[in-house]
Design a protein around this ligand. Structure first.
Ligand code: HEC
Length: 175
């Protein structure tokens, strides 16, 4: 009984090992070995996500910040100097409200990750949304700043950056 059982086990193992051996041989010569995906510990995940955020931020500084500086920072960042018309009665209140509200949602002053109530991933998704739907800058701002609307080129640059960044963040495996 025992030897039959052992024999079966050996045969079973051989069935397993031979194809694996063939497959491994095949994959060594023809394909790149598959990268083993391991589950990361919390510490490793944090380290990896920080590296990803840094990469995203360096692309942000190079390609996106120049656009946002011109078209979004008036409301979404703390800027040194307010325009002269800030002093005009009625305008001040309107601008104060916009600037406070805008920064409450998304403060771009310190680069990526932005300061907001959302996760960095959600911020990127909202950025993609406002760009696709042409909802930012708000209409009342565009009325006073005709050149503040995002151009097609800028939208493409922004779209490529958000897309790539979203993929990068999603690529980090959580525990
Ligand atoms: C005149 C001020 C003003 C300007 C300029 C402005 N925003 Fe905003 N933004 C706001 C306000 C106010 C809110 C919050 C209320 C809202 O969602 O309408 C907001 C919210 C947002 C949000 C969050 C939306 C959400 O669903 O939570 C994003 C993303 C955003 N803005 C992106 C931009 C981008 C990108 C630009 C430049 C192209 C820009 N904004 C320019 C005032 C502004």
């Amino acid at each position: 009984m025992k030897s039959i059982k052992q024999g079966t086990r050996t045969a079973f193992l051989m069935c397993l090992i031979i194809p694996i051996g063939l497959y491994a041989h095949g994959s060594n010569t023809h394909e790149a070995p598959k990268k083993e995906k391991k589950i990361l510990t919390k510490k490793e995940t944090n380290k990896e996500i920080l590296t990803v955020y840094k990469e995203i931020n360096s692309k942000y500084i190079a390609n996106i910040k120049p656009i946002f500086e011109k078209k979004c920072f008036d409301c979404h960042a703390t800027i040194g100097q307010l325009p002269w018309y800030y002093k005009v009665p009625g305008i001040k209140q309107l601008m104060d409200y916009d600037m406070k509200e805008a920064k409450k949602h998304l403060d771009m002053s310190k680069g990526f990750p932005f300061v907001s109530h959302e996760t960095p991933l959600e911020d990127l998704q909202s950025l993609r949304e406002v760009s696709d739907e042409n909802t930012m800058p708000p209409l009342q701002y565009i009325l006073g700043h005709w050149d503040s609307r995002l151009t097609e080129n800028e939208k493409n640059t922004l779209g490529a950056w958000t897309q790539e960044s979203i993929q990068k963040i999603k690529g980090v495996r959580y525990e």
